[in-house]
Design a protein around this ligand. Sequence first.
Ligand code: ARG
Length: 461
Amino acid sequence: NEGALWGGRFSGGPADALAALSKSTDFDWRLARYDIAGSKAHARVLHTAALLNDEELEGMLQALEQLDADVVSGAYVASESDEDVHGSLERGLIERAGTQLGGKLRAGRSRNDQIATLGRMFLRDHARLIARGVIATVDALVQQAKAHPDAPMPGRTHLQHAQPILLSHHLLAHAWALLRDVQRLADWDARAAVSPYGSGALAGNTLGLDPNAVAAELGFDSAVWNSIDGTASRDVFAEFGWVCAMIGVDLSRISEEIIFWATKEVGFVKLHDSYSTGSSIMPQKKNPDVAELTRGKSGRLIGDLAGLLATLKGLPLAYNRDLQEDKEPVFDAADTLELLLPAVSGQIATLTFNTARMAELAPLGFALATDIAEWLVKQGVPFRVAHELSGEAVALAESRGVELWDLTDEDYAGISPELTPALRSVLSTEGSLNARAGQGGTAPSAVAAQLDALTQQLDAV
Ligand code: ARG
């Protein structure tokens, strides 16, 4: 059982099957540099507590620096017999500092408070990377909105034509959702910025070590107030997983639209060659693989979250080994988004919109019927009556196979004397759009103001 972190009360080493089951270096090795940073901070509080003298601290820090350099260069890697990253790095430290000095570092800490801390360090760094990727996606949407400030398109509910909207308004709707995701990552960080180091196995330590000194050195705002909470809770991990899943879902909704827009039937967008793929058999094909993979991987992100929550459910306090299963889901969520986001932002930035076709379809399907009703309301007609009258106009146009603006002044007067020729001011896409100039509306002026507000919030995160 040489090299194991325990042994005193055992008569032999673990069975091969247990060792294989227990081993986590395949996935926790990516925490190695965080582990070493934690060890340096821990060495300093041991020194402050007079448990290491000046010379010992110096030797310990040097050995840890060397170990860090060897981990970075690949000169030091986990061995077959190492159970986890913590045990392996203790072996590496002892190889560099000797058993006498290296053996002193473990005092007052446990792998339980270590792993909870390292996980938060890893996730905080990756939350920043992910936020950058989401911001790049928001930027791509904003650039497309700016490039098409006045282009109309059909607005849909239930996927049916509903009312004309601006393409820029539609694109910015996706941008707002993603902006909130960036804000969520920033809000989450306030809860992740609390260090569990110093909690020990579950009850704290007897050695007078200062958890806040370790926390500060590792970039945390503070240390936990409850050592059981520090070692046993993983809600911060689950919340990270939730935000990642939400980002996946938000990206998936954009993707679904791009896939739809790129169909022959809709024909609203052309994908750039560099963000689409061909078919091995059908020479004409141009496929929206980025959007499809994004839609597919959103399922994977939901799975990561669901798996993690299932691991946590039913765990008694404090640490249980089940918690070793907390890492792969959040690592996978981070890896997945870091892979996806550059492709999604690149795909959006390079879309070519067929604005002529979108404008042509925008008012079709009687999409101006609400405008007739609301115009009547402005003339003093109660909305219930106005809705009926506009519906009659739709029925008449539909029976003749024409659009609302094809009906004559006499047709309208026949439905109601209130439907005077002045109605025609709203019987166009432009009229319909311009009429919605209040905050949040789709009029060009309102969308310009919206863009300013969004840019301000984006600059603030
Ligand atoms: N490798 C473990 C984990 O990832 C940390 C070690 C805690 N093990 C223990 N027996 N207390 O959670």
